[in-house]
Design a protein around this ligand. Structure first.
Ligand SMILES: Nc1nc2c(c(=O)[nH]1)N[C@H]1C(S)=C(S)[C@@H](COP(=O)(O)OP(=O)(O)OC[C@H]3O[C@@H](n4cnc5c(N)ncnc54)[C@H](O)[C@@H]3O)O[C@H]1N2
Ligand code: MOO
Length: 689
């Protein structure tokens, strides 16, 4: 099992996305997200930092509420009237009543003397009228006092009513005032009392809310010193390749064979359209002929980002070193190295541990610009949405299973991916011979509420024009037998690349893209033999026997997608099993050599495997053993183990002797498939439409 990408099975795209989501969930579940929140201090608030951020904590109104003083609602005069309820009315003679206004109107006498002016923004001690004048007034008059006040200004504590300027008659020398009898002279008239707009202690904005323009205003009014928001996911983009033109100002003669780096600008700007969840980080470019230099760049990127996207260098060429750097040099775990997809086949997904025990997610995308862009949309977007939002609140739909992996699966089912629709195609499209094609299309809404899609033309992965104005990805299966074309009028699934149709993201649980079809059963085969065992491998012939035994007309075909030989060290077997299930394998068949004297070995392999299985199916094992014995009586002497490997979607493992393989498997074929479906929690099989 080398790391060469050609040995990686082509993982179906939905399975690949599911693995990405599972790793993301696992990381969140295990608190492996560093600094999930950021606290912004009011001294550094700027609207651009706040806008579109998501609150990680409630914003509460500080004492004494907003406004934090009694404010005038009108331009006019503040006076004191009878009935103030604040217990501060011991100075009875300065209180003014409607009767007094009435009398003054009849007599054309003044009702108040004006002792000050208060403008909006003035503090309590502001004195705008000259001292001399006040002294003068105090001596010459016993009228109650009033102050001129503007809208929004602080009403001094000694006053409890504002009379708008329209209801005041002011003496020519601006020293006296007559209040019109029409004025409303109740306490608090035209005053916004302290805390009336936002009472102290109230929740101004709730946790989880996205900060919109109004929320910015409310945060500022709330008087809080800090706001805690969810930290945006830092997503780094690194282009790899010596062909990238680093200095566009160089003369043409010096740049032959170089091309502009389009991936980095495309992906960085695409990420910036993902809104509040992500902070794109430009990691520049790196050469593809220097493993150490690339390793250094990647390690630095991993320290600084939560998610890293690289483009280029993941296929089969001598300079395709990215996987080597990520796995061998950076110690990453490879989750998949190829997808059954055009464009995007060599897409590679790795998780890499960094210091502090945090794990980072790395998407090593193909260099072709279309492949890189489409794979970012399909795989990276849902991942960073999930990483930012955290484990979905499922309103109780998530069953917490005893087994952690099962719980993860449950959570993954609740996570969201691209929106999707069904649409008819407007013209024939030739199907790819081998791979599912995610064909770029434009979408037309028809009058009857259905959709029709039109291809964007030649779909070569280098042809960025195929993405120009593309609105969706039409999911086309590979050609099969006579079916070499998708025909005009046929209906297919379309994954949406933008939100022009106003469709919501799909929960994986509900997504048609993720619905399992009765597809080819995928099988991993392992041959195990004791050390120094001198017998030629029978892997090839046994694999074809296994394929035949597991294929049946009404239960679909089986295909061996990975195979390996292990000598002695059964310890190595478990990582292979884990990898097999990650490759979405249905059955793992382990067979042991059984020449004379190998009973003990067969027993120890069987016992070791037994430990890793849940739901050991002893009756199935017995039946398989009987089937094996009917082919070769000797097979009855050896151990058979059948059980369920719970990780991921789950696989069925069958450990048996190297003889009677076909008889054993064909005897339990139907039961194995049924057992797998039961163990996977599926009551019904899903069939092709
Ligand atoms: N022998 C095989 N060759 C290839 C296979 C294969 O299975 N066997 N797969 C092909 C497929 S499918 C794809 S997709 C590409 C992906 O290759 P890489 O990821 O290794 O990418 P590169 O070889 O580095 O580049 C591919 C292509 O894209 C151009 N490129 C790269 N980076 C950028 C950039 N930042 N901006 C613009 N264009 C870029 C590069 O020049 C190449 O033309 O591999 C096939 N080969
Ligand atoms: O998968 Mo590649 O992305 O065809 O061109």
């Amino acid at each position: 099992m080398g790391q060469d990408s050609s040995t990686h099975p082509m993982v179906p795209v939905p399975e690949a996305i599911r693995m990405v989501m599972e790793e993301t969930v696992r990381l969140l579940w295990n608190d492996q997200k560093p600094n999930p929140t950021t606290t912004l201090s009011s001294s550094s608030f700027s609207w651009s930092m706040l806008l579109n951020s998501v609150l990680a904590e409630d914003v509460m109104m500080k004492e004494p509420g907003y406004p934090d003083y009694n404010a005038s609602i009108m331009d006019g005069y503040a006076i004191r009237v009878v009935g103030r309820s604040d217990g501060n009315n011991n100075d009875q003679d300065t209180e003014f009543t409607a009767d007094q206004a009435e009398t003054a109107a009849k007599q054309s006498s003044w009702t108040h003397r004006i002792v000050n002016k208060v403008y909006a923004g003035d503090g309590e001690s502001t004195k705008r009228l000259e001292q001399g004048r006040q002294d003068d007034e105090q001596q010459s008059s016993s009228l109650p006092t009033a102050v001129y006040i503007t809208t929004g200004a602080m009403v001094p504590d000694t006053y409890n009513c504002v009379v708008p300027i329209e209801e005041c008659h002011v003496s020519e020398d601006s020293k006296h005032l007559r209040i019109a009898p029409s004025a409303d002279l109740k306490p608090q008239t035209w005053i916004r009392p302290m805390g009336c707009d936002i009472p102290p202690g109230s929740v101004v904005l709730a946790k989880g809310q996205t900060i919109d323009p109004v929320a910015i205003g409310l945060i500022l009014q709330s008087g809080v010193e800090t706001v805690t928001v969810k930290r945006r996911t830092r997503v780094g983009v690194l282009s790899t390749g010596n062909e990238l033109l680093l200095d566009p100002s160089l003369p043409k003669s010096e740049t032959k064979g170089k091309i502009p780096d389009v991936n980095r600008p495309i992906l960085l700007s695409l990420l910036s359209t993902y809104g509040s969840c992500c902070e794109p980080v430009d990691l520049g470019t790196v050469r593809d002929d220097n493993v150490d230099a690339m390793t250094k760049t990647v390690l630095h990127a991993l320290e600084n980002c939560d998610v890293v996207i690289t483009t280029g260098g993941v296929s089969m060429g001598e300079t395709d070193i990215v996987q080597h750097v990520l796995v061998d040099k950076c110690g990453g775990t490879l989750h998949f190295g190829r997808m059954n997809m055009k464009p995007g086949k060599p897409t590679t997904f790795v998780t890499v541990p960094v210091t502090d025990g945090f794990k980072k997610l790395v998407f090593a995308l193909p260099g072709n610009p279309v492949s890189a862009t489409v794979c970012t949309q399909l795989l990276v977007k849902p991942c960073i949405d999930l990483y930012f939002q955290g484990i979905p609140d499922s309103q109780g739909r998530i069953k917490i299973a005893k087994d952690e992996t099962q719980t993860m699966q449950e959570i993954v089912q609740e996570t969201c991916v691209h929106p999707e629709i069904m649409a008819k195609i407007a013209h024939d499209i030739v199907l790819d011979k081998k791979r599912y094609e995610y064909h770029r299309v434009q979408i037309e809404s028809m009058e009857d509420g259905t959709y029709q899609v039109v291809s964007t033309g030649v779909q070569r992965s280098s042809r960025l024009m195929s993405l120009r104005n593309a609105e969706g990805l039409l999911v086309l299966p590979p050609a099969q037998g006579d079916k070499t074309k998708a025909l005009k009028g046929e209906q297919y699934l379309v994954l949406l690349l933008n939100n022009t149709l106003g469709k919501s993201p799909m929960r994986i649980r509900d997504s048609v893209h993720f619905k399992k079809k009765a597809r080819q059963m995928q099988v991993a085969v392992v041959e195990v033999l004791p050390t120094g065992f001198k017998q030629a491998s029978k892997l090839e012939e046994t694999c074809s026997k296994i394929e035949d035994a597991l294929s049946g007309s009404n239960s679909g075909n089986a295909r061996v997608v990975s195979r390996a030989t292990f000598e002695e060290s059964i310890d190595k077997l478990y990582p292979f099993i884990v990898q097999s299930r990650r490759d979405a394998v249905d059955f793992i068949v382990v067979y042991c050599f059984t020449s004379e004297g190998q009973f003990q070995y067969n027993l120890s392999v069987a016992n070791t495997l037994n430990k890793h299985l849940t739901k050991c199916a002893t009756s199935l094992a017995l039946q398989a053993r009987q089937g094996g014995a009917s082919e070769d009586p000797k097979a009855a002497l050896f151990e058979v183990v059948v059980g369920y490997v719970p990780e991921g979607d789950g696989s069925m493992l069958i450990c048996l002797p190297d003889t009677g393989v076909q008889g054993a498997l064909s005897n339990v074929r139907g039961l194995l498939k049924h057992g797998l479906n039961l163990a996977r929690g599926k009551v019904h099989n899903h069939h092709h439409k």
